[in-house]
Design a protein around this ligand. Structure first.
Ligand SMILES: Cc1cc2nc3c(=O)[nH]c(=O)nc-3n(C[C@H](O)[C@H](O)[C@H](O)COP(=O)(O)OP(=O)(O)OC[C@H]3O[C@@H](n4cnc5c(N)ncnc54)[C@H](O)[C@@H]3O)c2cc1C
Length: 388
């Protein structure tokens, strides 16, 4: 058994680290001070992403992406996760369900998105539909030649820069017919409601949109009517792995920053790392990261070897839960090791501490991950988590 990274994986790891440090880090303070990045910066990063061949890692080369395996995505995402302000989101991962697009939809949406010419946002959440999306009230009604969409969506990440939104709606208001529609943002009836502020300073925004009698043609249904949830199941696995990998990367950067600071900071005539209280915090951080990273690599490798969707879904929930909770503990300690400096927004540890809080909320809260894990233990036994 060989757990070491292959030469190709090591090369990807080095390239992803270089990309993150050279292309993303220089814009972190711009993002922090302006609660986002300028159009000019964004365009520069888009060009760099294309030059470094990191565009659309999750889609096939045939569709204009990089066709990365899950393990390769993990290696990339881990490095990206070190960047603050979610600038990593300027490296686009077009929504997974677009793999189900028709050839015509691929030409119109997926391929130009993979090429960096268009950008999608994915809107499921509503005022009364969060963890339980079956409560969605956005509806699509059949009319001559297409559909009329009415409703409101919240937290539409990158809704500000996306030029089209994949809108999850119930056909005829029927919860059994969840369906996803391509909705171009410039269509009549698509209205920006408001752009709330959040805890983090994110490269892009998470606005709310109203869809007021928006007409879309028959060709705008992604997949089939009623397939809205089926298409997102595999996506949850990829998205949760992506979050877990970025959490590990964020924790590593925070731990490195704290370690370096502890080595150089002198109080009471000695380096603070020689106080056992500080040394123990660093030790705990290292162990937390080591455990999470082992779990991340093992599961990412495992998923590339098998097509057991249910098992992958069950384990991805455990990984997302563990890594998102781990990074918050590690970043909190990093802030503590750095004292008042750790509380300054100009320090990466402060920004990482704030940025990673959302990882316990989006793509399913920690409680929802526990609901999934608990259900799986009941159904298949403890072994699926402990017996591998
Ligand atoms: C910054 C940000 C970006 C986002 N981007 C997007 C996006 O692009 N597209 C999109 O569609 N959505 C997006 N979301 C929405 C996100 O997915 C939801 O916030 C999340 O799923 C939780 O839903 P909620 O906020 O309505 O909380 P609720 O579902 O109301 O949950 C509130 C609390 O109740 C708990 N709870 C709920 N149900 C259960 C249960 N069964 N058992 C135990 N506890 C439970 C939750 O864990 C939580 O603690 C984003 C959210 C944020 C904050």
């Amino acid at each position: 058994m060989d757990f070491s990274l292959s030469k190709e994986h090591q090369a990807l790891q080095a390239k992803a680290k270089e990309f993150t440090e050279q292309v993303l880090y220089p814009h972190e303070m711009e993002c922090e001070e302006n609660d986002g990045i300028s159009k000019e910066t964004h365009n520069q990063i888009i060009q760099q992403v294309l030059d470094w061949e990191f565009n659309a890692p999750n889609h096939s080369k045939e569709d204009g992406g990089q066709g990365f395996s899950i393990f390769e995505q993990t290696i990339l995402n881990e490095q990206l996760g070190g960047a603050t302000g979610a600038i990593w989101d300027a490296l686009w991962y077009p929504s997974y369900p677009m793999r189900f697009a028709s050839p015509q939809q691929k030409e119109e949406y997926l391929i130009p998105t993979c090429q960096g010419k268009r950008r999608d946002a994915y809107a499921i959440t509503e005022a009364d539909a969060g963890s339980d999306p079956s409560q969605c009230t956005t509806r699509a009604d059949k009319v001559d030649g297409g559909w009329r969409i009415n409703g409101e969506k919240w937290f539409v990440t990158i809704g500000d820069i996306a030029d089209y939104i994949l809108v999850h709606a119930h056909v005829d208001g029927d919860v059994n017919k969840p369906t996803v529609f391509f909705v171009d943002k410039d269509l009549p009836g698509v209205e920006l409601k408001r752009t709330p502020l959040y805890t983090h300073h994110f490269a892009f925004k998470h606005p709310e949109y109203i869809f007021n009698d928006v007409f879309v043609g028959d060709d705008k249904v992604l997949g089939e009517v009623g397939q809205g949830y089926d298409m997102t199941k595999d996506w949850f696995v990829e998205a949760r792995l992506g979050i877990a990998a970025r959490c590990v990367g964020a924790a590593i950067r925070a731990a490195n920053e704290a370690n370096e600071y502890a080595a150089n900071r002198v109080q009471f005539g000695q380096s603070i790392r020689d106080f056992q209280a500080v040394e123990f915090m660093l030790a705990d951080m290292a162990v937390e990261i080591m455990a999470a990273k082992s779990m991340l690599y093992r599961l990412s490798w495992d998923i590339d070897q098998n097509n057991d969707r249910k098992m992958n879904h069950a384990r991805a929930a455990a990984l997302k839960l563990h890594c998102s909770e781990m990074v918050c503990r590690v970043c909190d300690k990093a802030v503590q090791v750095m004292g008042g400096r750790g509380y300054m927004r100009e320090q990466p540890v402060e920004r990482l501490w704030r940025d990673t809080r959302v990882d316990r909320i989006w793509e399913g809260t920690s409680e929802i991950q526990r609901v999934i894990i608990g259900g799986q233990i009941k159904k298949r036994g403890m072994e699926i988590y402990t017996g591998w």
